[in-house]
Write a protein that binds this ligand. Structure first.
Ligand SMILES: Cc1ncc(COP(=O)(O)O)c(C=O)c1O
Length: 325
């Protein structure tokens, strides 16, 4: 048995039990084990497949999109595998590792200034639209406006979680950027059992959380920048707001105490879960989405106990052993 291309390796990520101070069962879905490194592999592949079916993307075409990183990385991987040229616009907030990963897949990367509003003419979204207009035979998956983004998670992620939990899931937590993951997978789960609670994790200072007065935050990938068609507020039971400090503290806990090295949006999801932990009961079965790996953020020093240069250890003696221990 083998996969015919890398794209067949998308999905079937493991659910791992987390030991936390609750009687409920908490399962972390390790979406960073997708081949492109995040759950965005699923939605990006689905959007490309739908575009091919509808004749919007033809052989030899160019895929153009705006992405804070993972959606772009997924498109870069898919483009490389399927033979499309890929151009990705990113905001200046994008980590260096993500930027370099896009380039490593052969994609062209355009870095744009960070803007508060997506409609701003300098925003990475506006610049992707401008590129699309001037590039013949190009297609923009447009994750913020394309309902196939959420439909991809409805078709792939939702059923997988339902199957893996044998229909016993009671609570679902996912980070919310475009809203595709929480809305698509959440809607599938609620279609199976309307009693399931669906929590979208938003950045505490996002456009939505602040009622239109956003402040900068460090968590990449999440934060509702505007009310797009992709976000389905009827599916989301509650939006849970999480600040940088809580999210980054949970990052360390997951890495140091659970051996799970994830990115800041996953720290935010885990911090959102911690807010709700006192409300959970013994028979509850909770699934949280851990969207990408911490390896993409090492240069940001979120995980280390101390910053600064690497110290070279002197030759081991009884004294140095004491110092290390
Ligand atoms: C790691 C990570 N988590 C969460 C999200 C938010 O997912 P969605 O856009 O489906 O709401 C993103 C979006 O890029 C992401 O990269």
């Amino acid at each position: 048995m083998y996969a015919k291309t890398i794209l067949e390796a998308i999905g079937n990520t493991p659910l791992i039990k987390l030991t936390l101070p609750t009687e409920a069962t908490i399962l972390a879905k390790l979406e960073y084990l997708n081949p492109g490194g995040s759950m965005k592999d699923r939605s990006a592949l689905y959007m490309i497949q739908q575009a091919e079916k509808k004749g919007l993307l033809k052989p030899g075409g160019t895929i153009i999109d705006a992405s804070s990183g993972n959606h772009g990385i997924a498109l870069a991987m898919i483009g490389a595998s399927k033979g499309y040229k890929v151009i990705i616009t990113v905001s200046k907030k994008c980590s260096k590792e993500k930027y370099q990963t896009l380039q490593a897949y052969g994609a062209q990367v355009v870095v744009c200034p960070s803007t508060d509003f997506i409609e701003h003419p300098d925003s990475y979204h506006s610049q992707a639209v401008a590129l699309l207009k001037s590039t013949p035979n190009s297609f923009m998956p447009n994750q913020y406006f394309n309902i196939e983004n959420a439909n991809g998670h409805y078709a792939l992620l939702g059923p997988e979680i339902w199957r893996q939990t044998e229909g016993k899931i009671t609570h679902f937590f996912a980070g919310t950027g475009t809203g595709g993951t929480v809305s698509g997978a959440g809607r599938y789960l609620k279609d199976q059992n309307p009693a399931i609670k669906v929590y979208g994790i938003d950045a505490a200072t996002s456009f939505h959380a602040t009622g239109g007065h956003p402040q900068p935050y460090k968590i990449e990938g999440i934060g509702i920048d505007f009310d797009s068609d992709v976000i389905d507020y009827e599916t989301i039971t509650e939006l849970v707001n999480v600040g940088d400090t809580e999210a980054l503290a949970m990052l360390k806990t997951l890495a140091h105490e659970h051996g799970i090295l994830v990115g800041p949006s996953s720290g935010a999801v885990a911090a959102g879960l911690m807010q709700k932990l006192p409300t959970l009961k013994k028979d509850d079965l909770v699934v949280i989405i851990l969207g990408d790996s911490g390896r993409a953020y090492l240069s940001k020093n979120f995980y280390s106990q101390e910053d600064g240069d690497v110290q070279v250890s002197p030759r081991i003696t009884d004294q140095t052993v004491q110092a290390i221990l």
